[in-house]
Design a protein. Sequence first.
Length: 409
Amino acid sequence: MASPPSLLSMPLSGPGSIAVIGAGVSGCALVAQLRRLGFEGSISLWETGRGPGGRASTRRSRHDAELRIDHGAPLLNITGETAPLLLQPLLEGGWIEPWQGAIAQLQGESTLRPGKADALGLGHLYRGLGGMDHLCRGLLSLAGDGCDAHYGTLVRHLHWEDGLWHLLGRHRELLGQADWLVLSSTLLAHPRSRMIFGWEDVPLQVAAAPLGDLQLEHALTVIAGIRSEARSNLLVVLDPKAAGPWRDLPFSLLHFDAAAQQRWGLQRITIQPQQDGRCAVVAHSTKAFAADHLDVYGTHSAVARMLQLPPDEGREDTVIAALTTALEQVMAPWLPGLDLGPAQRQLMRWGAAFPLAPGLPSELMFCPRSRVGFCGDFIAGVGFGRIEGALRSGEQLAIELRAAADRCV
């Protein structure tokens, strides 16, 4: 490919077409708010998973229509003084509803404090109606038919040429192109991609090098310094008979204090009754446990399959067994003799589940010279590191992009 021209010699332009990489909450919020603001350009959405959601996804099965497991974020909490712009439309559309579950904290070995909430349980609580993925499905519904979505597609390389951003696959085949590029996660901009996937380069860093955009270079430097915590999550599905005792517990969201996390290697347990009488239980590991098993992706990892990463040689079974034992032991005071061996169990690993502060300053999320934008829970501000932050950042970037379009009218 030809070397791209310096951006300094190119006229500024507003977005005619926008490519959004990542169909998590921030990417879907961006699309929804752009359309609500009257943006009429083309929007393409690129996602490695089978559908929208990101860490607010819901595990569903083609062979089990009744099963749904919120294996990432179990709920959405709003802590800001003013609600996100898209919250009320989501409520009115029946996509989300107030969360009414019982919260408790586990302290040390087995001391239970009902009603004691961590950061996830503060403020106004909501959940996706019919699964957390309905949050993102609702956002895309608010956008109408104005988004060309590409699921099960990995964007591996990026390139600027002839005034357009080119999105390329594993073998540098052209997937799509657009005037503007938006990253709704840090995967293509953060050095961790080299460590986790064995990539030789960081895609956006390579693409940005010839452009001469100091603001983008600054943003990439800050992003490279953002540390994040991984999580290894155990998903358990219990039949109706085994589910009964779980349904009767005095909590549906149990979070662990520091001493309990150190003792059990778990951070949170969510109990999710199914409509057919079954129950799903999701045990979130601590950051320390996940860091020790960072190379175990799980057989359901879409990215691992697309990149054809080597098999884990049985390590997934070892991780599942360790998390199962911890879950059985921690629940023993309430469920004596618990044996999860017969239950259906899966592993879900989030490689960058929680960004650590301070994050990317909002003034660096919009780089008009290089036509690049960033949104996600890694943007500094209210809700940082949670769904709320992702939602608000998508809304804010939409306003910036819409203003850029207006300046060129």
